[in-house]
Write a protein that binds this ligand. Sequence first.
Ligand code: GDP
Length: 460
Amino acid sequence: MSFSLHEKEDTIVALATPQGVGAIAVIRLSGKDAIHMVNQVFKGKNLEKQASHTIHLGTIRDGDRIIDEVLVSLFIAPKSFTKENVVEISTHGSSYIVNQVIKLLIRHGARPAKPGEFTQRAFLNGQFDLAQAEAVADLIHSDSETSHQAAMNQMRGGFSGEIQKLRAELIHFASMIELELDFTEEDVEFASRDDLRVLVEKLLRVIEQLIASFDLGNVIKNGVPTVIAGKPNAGKSTLLNALLNEEKAIVSDIAGTTRDFIEDEINIGGVIFRFIDTAGLRETTDTIEAIGVSRTQEKMKTASLILYLFDLSDTDMVEINRDINKLENLGVPFLKVANKIDKANPQFINDLKAKHPDTIFISAGQKENLDLLRNRILELVNLDKFRTGNTIVTNIRHYDSLVKTRQSLLDVLTGLDNHITNDFLAMDIRRSLHYLGEITGEITTDDLLANIFSKFCIGK
Ligand code: GDP
């Protein structure tokens, strides 16, 4: 999907609300002729004579036939999302009406919008930079408090501001060094090499921090990969189902909320936990036993959290100690969860409390102490860093550019160490600038734009 100049002149139309039946549906148009086009099919006030940011009641008509009674909102360029003329038509939420209105507008010269085309226009017209545009997509897809906050923070420019500031400082050095190239005979130094080293080292520290934040960002966006490990019949499926069902019950208690339940994803305190490989765990293999096998070990290492679940009525201390030992060697944070308190021997519970005081005692079957378990899970992943509003990288494309930036900055340092010539030094700095610019969209290619915006839905 690339846009020719003349396509950018088109007036585009799309349904902005979800497909299907709803109380209302919003059809959005953007482009030079948006207001004129709607005015041709609208019976009410003359829309072309109205002020920006006003709403008008009237009917949409195809000749004499009334399609619907609607509310029309006007946003006159440049005071709109796309910085073009934008009209939003709120119709009654029937897909028949929506189709009729869109077809009618197409007959009057509008073109169906491509995925993400509204946001792409907003970007091309300077409404925001690329990182912010991508955050719009993340925001639409965010389904937990934390992923919503990360996207919101990025959309409002938190992330881009930092990058742009660093880039500006580096541009200054690049131009000073390039200036020196014009004075090669005279042996002048406009840019202090010591100052350059200080700046590059400072940049590297910030870049390292952003790169490190990606792990956390990834967790926020995609969920904390979690494994419930334990031998057959420990109660792994029962526990997962109990957590899932309680979440469903909580959510459906809140009137009017709907959420698509993704099997094996659970929202705990605003953080999504993704239970990986649960299918495998439901098979009759002894996962803990299998930790010794390197393939299983690799798989468990991809988890950020392991719930070690054992049956109190069917596990002895020797076995528990052995399992815990293996998990400690694995290096992934884990919780010791003792299941089936309802049928456990009280003496064994006391022994276990003495030996492993951090054990959480639950009954998955009777849904006992699940709140306690949820709290301990949240404590363990500790996402507080995020809540302080630190900048977090959630986008693989940004991560990629940051890693490349780091490499070229390291090249600059090596160059300084080896006293390489100015032209090579300038080249390394320019390369760092290039990768930094890729993040905010100061450097773009058609392919990159097409790739980013095609991930949006139509109407966005
Ligand atoms: P998995 O093989 O680890 O997935 O274990 P399951 O979840 O299939 O549970 C094995 C058996 O233990 C089932 O019959 C469950 O009903 C039972 N079970 C699970 N949790 C509890 C519990 O807290 N108390 C009791 N008494 N039984 C439980």
